[in-house]
Design a protein around this ligand. Sequence first.
Ligand SMILES: [Zn+2]
Length: 489
Amino acid sequence: MFRRLVLLGVTLFSWSAFAADNDADRLIAEALKPSPLETNLRRLTDEVGGRVPGTPAFKRAVDWGVAAFKDAGADSVQTEEFPIQHSWAEGATEMTASLYSGATFPVHAVSVAWAPALAAAKHVPIVDVGAGSAAEFAKVGDVAGRLVLVHTKVLASWDDLFGEYERAPAIIALALKGKAVAIAFMATREHDILYRHTNSVAGELDLLPQVVVAREDGERIARLLASANPVWANLSIPNKIGAVIKTWNVVAEIRGSEKPDEFVVLGAHLDSWELGTGALDNGCNAALVIDALRAIKASGLKPRRSIRFILFSGEEEGLIGSRAYASAHRSELDKAAAVVIFDSGTGKATAFSTGGRKDVIAAAESILAPLGQFGVTKAIPTAESGTDHFDFMLEGVPTFVADQAEANYLENYHATTDTFDKVDFAQLKKHVAEAAEFTFALANRADRIGPRLNRTQVEQTLHETHLDQELKGMGMWDDWANGKRGRER
Ligand SMILES: [Zn+2]
């Protein structure tokens, strides 16, 4: 503190640095104080539970968000409605496998989300297509009228997870072309853990019925087939699919003191899958966004620009809520100074990913410096497509996604086991401090952290980071290329 006081007398720059450091210390201290964070998350997970858009549980989650933002001291709270093309809910999926001897055994299976239903199908031959490459499909030959079993590897890294999404469209296309009845993907988790996966990217219905089968059951079937034992499936996937649904983003605001029309977004998605209760993905970070608002208000500090705290819906169905928000607010995106997103459970944050931008790194690291005590002072020019910053990034707005250690996120990802007991509250509290400090500093800077990029500049970052390849693999490139998504010019 003494050193800072000495610098204070020297130049105006030192004074502003001192003030910023002082603000940071106040925000961090406020964020680390006891708060309703844990109670809020317990209510969202244990009382509301899994929350798929279009369900009563999601409506209860919206009520939870509105009430918690008000309690935290928001200047205003509102909900913003948008549609999703179809409602989708799993029925009583059933699968058994039978052998030539007449022996049968149950197969633990859940439907892939937004996949079509399959009326009870009996005695469907199962064929093993390995990892589902074109060469492996060709080797198997005729898959017509069959259930294709696809091998996977156990999920161990973020790359594995992106790979799981990236490989699926080609496998589905091959199964469709071969007129298969359905696809059974082996679970990427062990110990009979099942999880909700989706291969639909925008709330559209998928093209073929698909299930995830327990890894242990899938391996058993594969061993039987490999030892010349034919295996048949009895399979019923009575998914309930409906017409267009309405859902809501929840938006709270702290009004800016000097430039209230300019804004920074701190966001996390509120929706989740429903086999577990969506604690790590992403209830913990929805609760974080609310607690960051509380900490900023409690500090008494007023940001120059407004801060919008947004709980997005429809993330799991394809970033539909954040896309809808970016689209509905396109006319004011010139005033969007930055977007900060948390969406990876409670693994320690080690950096903020800038969506491929190098021009914002030095400025971002200068305002991350007070977070040295938590070990998150770096901004890195990586880019990803898997969370709610994506449409803002395509619109050229500076975005920052917390880059987090895998911790226990992947093993519980979208699974029956994603429950309150998995949350590391000591770490989550640190993330509240990081989010409050970083977001406030972005909103309170004299200048914006960086300009809004034009379409050519955005496309350049997509090429430089090879995100274009990932988007092509996942069937998400065409909307950008056709101008349906992202910055127009
Ligand atoms: Zn998520």
